[in-house]
Design a protein around this ligand. Sequence first.
Ligand SMILES: [Zn+2]
Length: 386
Amino acid sequence: MKQLPSLTHMLTRLIAQPSVSSVSPEFDMGNRALIDELAGWCEAAGFAVEITPIEGHPDKANLVATLGRGPGGLVLAGHTDTVPCDPGLWRQDPFKLTERDGRFYGLGTSDMKCFLALALEAARGLAAEQFHQPLVILATADEESSMAGAKAIRAAGRPLGRHAIIGEPTGMRPVRMHKGILMEAVRITGRSGHSSDPRLGNNALEGMHKAIAEILAWRHELQQRYSNPLFKVATPTLNLGHIHGGDNPNRICGHCELHIDLRPLPGMDLDELRDALETRLARTLADTGLGLEVFRLFDGTPAMETPADAPIVRAAEMLTGHPAGAVAFGTEGPYLRDLDMDVVVLGPGDIEQAHQPDEYLALDRIPPTLDMLRSLITSFCLKPTR
Ligand SMILES: [Zn+2]
């Protein structure tokens, strides 16, 4: 029978397999080889494994590995992909796990391949008969780019468990809330003409001036209406990030385009926000004769909130000694919430190292992470011992 390899071997192999995902096709890679190897280890540890390819991407897949049976259950989740990296900026090979100064260096150590190996290590030696609720290891594709993996899990609609930990880098502090992200474009089309006679055209820049005033008024209203003191920035934010319009001072501006970034709080629905933006701008420009298009620059990430009294939140707070907080980055959490899981984001890495050259995981984070995961498995999955 196959044996679960050592933790160091698993960490080495996970880092050695490039699994970059990117919206730029020249950087984008599959994760299938990594998923297959991880699935083999899960089988060796007694899990039943299920590999689901991502539609349209035969080289990308999700893995659901289950140990034990029963209602409810605990999901330990992580993404298998990483952001692209520039090896020239690294002091060592980003794809070679390198131990130095009490740290494991490598792309994906902190964010967040290592967590998947730690989850398996925490389950080492457990047998299916000991469980009254299942332990599920969920490994996804494409978190850093399209969220295709998490979306496929949600679309499949099958509840994986009642409680979930996503091991994103939070410095061992539990997180139960994050903001969402919307990025939208506003395109205004007028008619160009010579500047000396305004009757010859219809100025898109002047229309954009009105549109921006309306957007800022909307922002003010949103910030009056929504606030959450758990966030470092307590209100939703709306940033005017990019604008381009016109070409010459002596030409009436025919086209103008603005890109905005909106970070909603939990409780603010992405589609409702999109509708509100479009409705308000359409009303503002109604009598101008200008053309208006509002479109998304990406699909957006919903905000997430898990109730403060959820059992997994309470357990994570007790085990780490920290109250559950809020972070400014998005995760796959909202997609798991849609499947009725209570989600806590909690992992051993630090967000400061994520997406940076010389990303590392401090070795002294490993034993407390394993202890914490074992405690969670014991309290949420295992039959009481007599
Ligand atoms: Zn991540």
